[in-house]
Design a protein around this ligand. Structure first.
Ligand SMILES: *Cc1c(COP(=O)(O)O)cnc(C)c1O
Length: 229
């Protein structure tokens, strides 16, 4: 068997074991940024349907090559305003909405023949200068305007906490994100159902804190190489 598939099945088993008896399933998003289309095809044949990309131009090329496959594409990278039109048109999910203006543009630019775009708000959970995302105390101000948008469907929150070595330390940021989501659900009487949290290095902590979607690159595809399609 291809090493790629061995790693993929090993991640599936790991996630299933971490989820254990928990009622909510955890969706595995395979982060295929910088990986060739062939790798996506190999995972697709093994049953994987959700793929995440960070770089728009690279993603669009891959999507063209894979137009005949029934893939659900997730955009998880930084968003420049002048890229929202293509992102809104060519993806089913956007995890990295970090400004109200971006949500408004994605809404305006979503083609009317498509279902509403699923979005998560990226939260800068550790208030790091190097990361984008809303600060926790900004969130409550943007929920209502975003809920009013008809062509985007607010599904939940996403974060990339500061890197920590131990699972215990890693859990702290995820816990605060989960609590923020609970608070929003109560205050606005809604049911956001997606916590996009956990990557190769911290998925155990993320699942322990209630992640519903983990974004896994390296642990499936191996160490990243340079941008290729
Ligand atoms: C690259 C990336 C991932 C995957 O990271 P790995 O450590 O390779 O699993 C997840 N989320 C985002 C936003 C990323 O940019």
């Amino acid at each position: 068997m291809l090493p790629l598939l061995q790693r993929y099945f090993a991640q599936q088993t790991l996630i299933a074991n971490l989820v254990g008896e928990r009622p909510l399933p955890v969706r595995l998003l395979a982060v295929s940024k910088t990986r060739p289309a062939n790798d996506v095809v190999a995972l697709y044949k093994a049953g994987q349907r959700d793929f995440g990309e960070n770089y728009l131009q690279e993603a669009l090329k891959k999507q063209q090559l894979l137009a005949n496959f029934d893939i659900t594409w997730h955009f998880i990278g930084p968003i420049q305003s002048n890229k929202t039109r293509d992102i809104s048109r060519y993806f089913s999910w956007v995890h990295s909405v970090d400004r109200l203006k971006v949500a408004v543009r994605l809404d305006q630019q979503r083609p009317i023949n498509l279902a509403p775009l699923n979005i998560c708000l990226q939260v800068n959970i550790d208030e790091e200068d190097t990361k984008s995302g809303f600060y926790l105390d900004e969130l409550s101000n943007v929920i209502e305007p975003i809920l009013a948008l008809k062509n985007v469907n607010l599904r939940g929150l996403m974060a990339i906490p500061k890197a920590h070595k131990s699972t215990d330390e890693q859990r702290d940021g995820f816990k605060r994100l989960a609590q923020a989501q609970e608070k929003i659900n109560k205050s606005f009487n809604i049911q956001l159902d997606t916590l996009s949290m956990g990557m190769s290095g911290d998925l155990e902590a993320a699942i322990a804190e209630g992640s519903t979607m983990v974004r896994i690159g390296t642990a499936i595809f191996g160490e990243r190489v340079k941008n290729t399609v």
